[in-house]
Design a protein around this ligand. Structure first.
Ligand SMILES: [Mg+2]
Length: 345
């Protein structure tokens, strides 16, 4: 390879911490009026008027939560932001700022981190959140990335997990199990490649489920839709560990039971197809698969007419008395107790 064609790659160590931060963050532009001060001082300052401030942190480790064999580093940046702000959205609040703490080993170049921050930048633009600070340190092995997301809400708009009442309808946005099946396809191809590196990965025909795994989106649009209809959910959570686990969270917090129906659970045809290929029941992918970032919420039963024809929302069951348990009703009509078996803690 000639000098001219060689891509310039710089070690992080030769860049220096502050020039590196400047290199990674110089494209970010403030979008939120409540961001008073971002980089360049010892702490960021936010000025949120009379709103309530919501805070949440998510940490992801290489080899546990992501794998660079099939995760493009730019996609990881995007996904980390989505994971953080999805928790703010699940409280019926507006995400406004994020902070990123990153630990990286010497195997990552300055340019690779630049790609990571391009993904973070893309998500910040898409969701209109400001990156207002963070830290970069060295790690002995691999990458560890932690995102703190900040959001704002009016006091009486915050939706928690504990407000579901008997007879409330249980709703989910979008469709479930797609990210999990996307991961199964990637894992299958990784194993084939490991055994025989000459075989090219076969990923065509799985575009939708791969995108759901590698570049998920948070469901801010569902909040707008509910607001337009003047519907305030009684409880809400985002689905990151599978429908079963999140449903149990709502029922435990609200001290209720639930009944959800297999034939009402929205599953995309591509998810269905991949599940059949791999001998996985599609409903298992929906119940126990992770990283859907869809919203699970409950609404009073009199809202049914307003929601029944909304394409992005499915009514999948209803809230019951706690003595009835947390039940999954199969297509054949059998009742199974829901169990939390989320795969990605
Ligand atoms: Mg959550």
């Amino acid at each position: 390879m000639t000098e001219k064609n060689e891509q310039k790659v710089h070690a992080i160590a030769e860049t220096g911490k502050y020039p590196l931060i400047e290199y990674l963050t110089n494209k970010f532009i403030k979008a939120q009026p409540s961001t008073f001060l971002d980089f360049g001082d010892d702490a960021a300052v936010i000025n949120p008027d009379a709103k309530k401030i919501l805070l949440t942190t998510d940490s992801l480790s290489e080899g546990v939560h992501f794998n660079f064999v099939y995760t493009p580093i730019k996609h990881l940046g995007y996904k980390v932001v989505v994971a953080g702000i999805s928790d703010i959205i699940a409280m019926n609040a507006k995400p406004t700022q994020i902070m990123i703490a990153l630990s990286v080993s010497g195997k990552f170049s300055k340019e690779a981190l630049g790609m990571l921050y391009e993904g973070i930048h893309l998500a910040c633009e898409r969701y209109k959140v400001d990156l207002i600070g963070g830290d970069i340190t060295s790690s002995v092995t691999g990458m560890h990335i932690s995102v703190t997301a900040i959001g704002e809400a009016e006091d009486d708009c915050i939706v928690k997990r504990d407000g579901a009442k008997e007879h409330d309808l249980i709703c989910v946005s979008g469709n479930l199990g797609a990210a999990y099946m996307g991961l199964q396809v990637l894992e299958r191809e990784r194993k084939i490649f490991q055994e025989n590196p000459k075989i090219q990965p076969e990923l065509s025909g799985y575009d939708y489920i791969l995108e759901r795994q590698l570049k998920p989106e948070a469901r801010d649009t569902v909040l707008n839709l509910l607001e337009d209809k003047n519907i305030l959910p009684t409880s809400m959570i985002d689905i990151t560990n599978g429908l079963a686990s999140e449903m149990i969270q709502i029922c435990n917090s609200s001290k209720t039971g639930c009944k959800i129906f297999e034939d009402k659970i929205p599953i995309d045809v591509e998810t269905q197809k991949a599940a059949e290929e791999m001998n996985i029941e599609p409903y298992i992918a929906a119940l126990n698969g992770g990283e859907d970032y869809e919203l699970l919420f409950t609404v009073p039963v009199d809202k049914f007419d307003q929601l029944k024809d909304v394409a992005e929302i499915s009514v999948i069951g209803h809230i019951t008395d706690p003595s009835e348990g947390n039940l999954f009703i199969s297509k054949e009509g059998g009742a199974i107790e829901l169990k939390a078996q989320g795969w990605a803690e």
